[in-house]
Design a protein around this ligand. Structure first.
Ligand SMILES: C[S@@+](CC[C@H](N)C(=O)[O-])C[C@H]1O[C@@H](n2cnc3c(N)ncnc32)[C@H](O)[C@@H]1O
Length: 485
């Protein structure tokens, strides 16, 4: 008799009674969390396990049951049956390669910034789409992507380590890490992101040149402590137009050797086209500080997105993946479905306008476009006073003017929130188009807007492959008034 091939075992869903801290379970992952952990529903709770993807069956140690959320957190002890979509992550610094042999001097593999890199990209996209559709109930009709690697035109690093051996990276033990640092370190414990595969190659080269020079100059890393902190270089922010790099040095103090020596040395070496300096000495995760000064070279990058000329300075927002974001912008500003895209002679509002790509695109169709932006540098580039969307809408509502023909809004991750949604309902524009980088807050905003708006179309864009992030564009139209009986 010929030997039968081994059949995969049926998926295993643990029972609620098995879900106790310290218990070891056999579980098959069915979904993905917002932070890229594998997830599986166990009774009322969702068990989240970093380092696993849908289709993986693993022995999982239950480490915690959340007190205020129906969540449980687990750690994969052994992968019993890997998902067919699993792959060796291409990045040598990826946490999943922590146990691989390293040559001497090679940084440890502990980066958890791309938790989905352990799956092939089509499977990553399928898992993200499934989360948006089934878990959040978002009727996403299409999901478009672009380059899988080297796509980031804007990237940040934190700085840690001792002088002469600085590490540029992101905190270890983040939400998608499979293990916490073994011992608490005095400063930040960072995963070394040298050679990051998702960053644009120009940015990778600029960060590496900066690291080598900073070490040669014995620049110190900034350390937060109870006395308010000490040291110097805290964060780095690099942006590129595809050719040139604008680097911002963020230091914890205004008495900074990094600003005095590292910035000029980088320019002299030709490692970057421009260097700016911003001070952020507060105890917070805020990275950019509120103002920057140019240390030399270019003070802004000038380039075009969809034919719109853009100028982005040291602290201005730039979509990390302009290639895919451009597809989302087209969807965001396009005219009504099935209607010829005729010039509209009326007014459009562009809320959270950032560098102004959408303002420029809307100006091709509308006689008047009013952008709103709260960051001083971006607002100045748009020629408007820095104002929050709340302040801007409050002023418009006071004036009791007729509603604009279209409002577009592209808020940060926190979404529009209750106050802005209430203002938008009062404003009563016939069309409202929202671009969002957070499906969870978009789902909440769509619920808040439902009394006044119907969702026409919802499309997603894979702006950050290898990570759980997505960008969405929701196009809403004002609800027709109920017929009076
Ligand atoms: C996701 S970005 C979008 C920027 C721009 N639309 C783009 O695509 O490049 C969000 C922008 O909103 C700005 N912002 C943040 N909070 C704001 C608020 N409450 N009111 C107005 N703008 C805000 C940020 O400075 C940032 O430029």
């Amino acid at each position: 008799m010929s030997k039968q091939p081994k059949q995969p075992s049926p998926p295993k869903t643990p029972t609620p009674s098995e879900l106790k801290v310290g218990a070891q379970l056999r579980a098959t992952i069915t979904g993905l969390s917002a932070r890229g952990e594998g997830s599986v529903a166990v009774g009322e709770r969702t068990l989240l396990v970093p380092g696993l993807i849908p289709g993986d069956t693993a022995r999982v140690l239950v480490e915690a049951l959340a007190r205020f959320h129906p969540r449980a957190h687990g750690r994969a002890l052994e992968r019993l049956e890997p998902s067919p979509d699993r792959r060796e992550p291409p990045c040598p610094r990826h946490l999943a390669r922590a146990n691989a042999a390293r040559s001497e001097g090679e940084p440890r593999a502990e980066c958890s910034g791309c938790p989905l890199m352990i799956a092939a990209v089509p499977a990553q996209r399928a898992a993200k789409l499934a989360r948006m559709r089934s878990e959040l109930g978002l009727p996403v009709e299409a999901f478009e992507g672009g380059a899988e690697l080297g796509y980031r035109w804007s990237s940040k690093r934190s700085v840690a380590g001792r002088s002469g051996a600085l590490v540029f990276g992101s905190p270890v033990g983040g939400p998608s890490a499979r293990r916490k640092p073994k011992k608490p370190s005095k400063g930040l414990w960072l995963a070394d992101m040298r050679g990051c595969l998702v960053d644009h190659p120009r940015i990778v080269a600029a960060f590496e040149a900066t690291r080598l020079l900073a070490n040669a100059l014995a620049i110190e890393a900034w350390r937060d402590d109870d006395e308010g902190g000490s040291g110097d270089l805290r964060h780095l922010w690099a942006k590129t137009d595809g050719e040139r790099v604008l680097l911002t040095l963020v230091t914890g103090t205004d008495d900074s050797r990094a600003a005095r020596e590292l910035g000029p040395a980088l320019l002299e070496q030709g490692a970057v086209a421009g260097v700016a300096w911003s001070v952020q000495g507060e105890r917070s995760n805020a990275l950019r500080g509120s103002s920057a000064q140019t240390l030399g070279g270019l003070d802004e990058l000038a380039f075009e997105v969809l034919g719109v000329p853009l100028r982005v300075g040291a602290l201005g927002f730039l979509q990390p993946n302009p290639e895919v974001a451009a597809k989302a912008y087209v969807e965001l500003v396009r005219g009504e479905t099935n209607q010829p895209d005729q010039p509209d002679q009326s007014l459009a509002l562009d809320l959270y306008a950032g560098a102004g790509v959408t303002t420029g695109l809307l100006r091709r169709r509308f006689a008047e476009v009013r952008p709103c932006e709260s960051h001083p540098e971006s607002a100045a580039a748009l020629g408007v006073p820095a104002q929050t969307a709340e302040q801007f809408l409050a002023t418009r509502l006071e004036g009791n003017r007729p509603p604009p023909a279209l409002v577009i809004a592209n808020p940060p991750r926190a979404g529009l929130g209750e106050a802005v949604c209430a203002q938008l309902l009062s404003l009563d524009a016939p069309r409202l188009h929202i671009m969002s980088c957070n499906p969870d807050t978009l789902a909440a905003d769509l619920d808040r807007l439902a009394p006044g708006y119907v969702l026409d179309t919802l499309r997603a864009y894979d702006t950050l492959p290898q990570t759980p992030h997505v960008e969405l564009v929701a196009r809403l139209r004002r609800r027709a008034p109920e017929p009076t009986p």
